[in-house]
Design a protein around this ligand. Sequence first.
Ligand SMILES: [Zn+2]
Length: 372
Amino acid sequence: MSKRDYYEVLEISKSASADEIKKAYRKMALKFHPDKNPGDKAAEEKFKEAAEAYEVLSDDNKKARYDQYGHAGLGGAGGSGGGFGGGMNMEDIFSQFGDIFGGHFGGGGFGGSAQRQQLRGTNLRVRIKLNLEEMVNGTQKTIKVKKMKLAPGATSKTCTTCNGSGVQVKVMNTMFGQMQTQTHCGTCQGIGKIADKIPAGANSQGLIKDDVEVTINIPAGAREGIQLNVRGKGNDAPFGGTPGDLLVVVEEETDSTIKREGDNLHQELYVSFAEAALGTQKEIPTVGGKVKIKVDAGTQSGKILRLTGKGLPSIDSYGKGDMFVHINVWTPQNLSAEQRDFFESQMNKGEMLAEPSGKEKTFFDKVRDLFN
Ligand SMILES: [Zn+2]
């Protein structure tokens, strides 16, 4: 893309005086100013182009180089590309040539003139502990939060400095004549109201800390660390503005019997010596409710049962993780005399011995199995 001639951009002749250059730039800048052409990309480009042309032509040294060598005379080491490379950004333009715009555009920033500040309360952040089932299936929780509320009896009145507009108008003398500039009112910080009666215990904005109950709907599929945004349940705004939001950060309860590892779940199951020997059925918790599982006769301690699809719904793919049930055989303690006699007789007869066949799965086999 070739650069346009700077004189052409400002629609002036090469013999234009410094004053004519300034006037020409001001005309272009006002015509293509973003406040007058909101969202118009083409106008923004023209606005930047004019600023760049003015930046060069208003500088005697740069102008001389440009007049002699054109855009190439201004380039850096490369030269061939010429000019300013990436061009100027809007921030630069306003900070460098702010005086050109004077107060015409509300201090030279975007957004035009100052307006009354919309009052909004600050956000509140709380943490909420959920167990896995609540996170997976969603739930409703009512929690107590301490938030800033408008104190009973607190009143406000219209700011007399700005008559409630929140805006102060100043007249400035610039080189282009008198210009108006609008700023936020210093007395009320642009709110338009100030406190009138402040009850004891309330702050300067008439707010006081109070315990309130908030009911929060937790959607299904919540995960540790996610933040839910409950609109309007944060701190009240002073003088009747919009309340802030309540930000709820989800934490996973760690004392649950079910432990999470990615999408997979793990839990320990203890069975008695007799149950392991004879086989049994056990009811265990899962995130979808309780399920019955079968413990085979002769189950060894350390066996891991895999319940396919009983883990968590996968967040980044289809399907679900699995539930792994780690079986622990509980060795009887504090035997009664009768039980002691029984075990002693078995032992003396050479019964109930540990008789590994050599085909038992080692700890490492089990770990490997988990990943297959
Ligand atoms: Zn005011």
